[in-house]
Design a protein around this ligand. Structure first.
Ligand SMILES: [Zn+2]
Length: 216
């Protein structure tokens, strides 16, 4: 069976399953949306936002790009952010990176990838790599080095979000969360949390923290 045929067939099966579990689901979703959170994640096919949070349709407003990058000069991203904050008034924004991120690996490489749009998109991650180079160079295991840059990138993106006018001056400023998803276990961890008026970002892992923090 061709891919597009399988997609249409699986869609019918999904509609049947959803309607069997909750006969009103599509009527309800058709009335509008009021998601609690904006999710900014990586486009990587192994990190599907709704599934890893056990969330259903209507629960997350989602933007995904390579290496979960936040950029004020990208109209597509800014439209998602502004709509989520100003119109939907989401209470939380999650930036979620993941172990083994190909975008982060590419930003860490000495040479450019040769894919000009990818390289241009990842310029900020390269900057984060440069500013963390002493710490990163001390990590001998390459996978661990990449995963540490994944964390530094998430923290940098949360900081950048917190400084954006759209977030800073929102009528109801959302709480910002930086999370990392472990491909090897399927577990999410919250590594940084920030809200307006709270001063410095909070690093939950530095305080008492369960091994995994699930999103609500
Ligand atoms: Zn990725």
């Amino acid at each position: 069976m061709e891919f597009h045929e399988r997609v249409l067939l699986e869609n019918r099966a999904w509609v049947e399953e959803m309607s069997r579990r909750d006969p009103e689901v599509f009527t309800r979703l058709n009335r509008g949306q009021a998601p609690e959170a904006l999710w900014i994640g990586c486009s990587d096919s192994r990190v599907p936002a709704e599934q890893i949070c056990n969330a259903g349709p209507g629960e997350l407003f989602i933007h995904r790009n390579v290496a979960n990058v936040v950029r004020s000069d990208e109209a597509g991203f800014m439209a998602v952010l502004q709509y989520a904050v100003a119109a939907l008034q989401v209470k939380h924004i999650v930036v979620c990176g993941h172990h083994g991120c190909g975008g982060v690996k590419a930003a860490m490489a000495d040479a450019a990838s040769g894919l000009e749009h990818v390289d241009s998109h990842l310029a900020g991650v390269r900057d984060t790599c440069r500013s963390g180079q002493d710490e990163l160079a001390a990590i001998t295991d390459e996978r661990q080095r990449v995963d540490r840059l994944v964390e530094l990138n998430v923290i940098a993106q949360v900081r950048a979000l917190g400084e954006m006018f759209v977030v800073r001056e929102a009528a109801c400023p959302p709480q910002l969360h930086g999370m990392v998803y472990a491909l090897e276990s399927g577990l999410l961890r919250e590594i940084v949390r920030w809200e307006r008026g709270a001063g410095a970002p909070l690093f939950p892992e530095a305080a008492e923290q369960p091994s995994a923090v699930a999103t609500a």
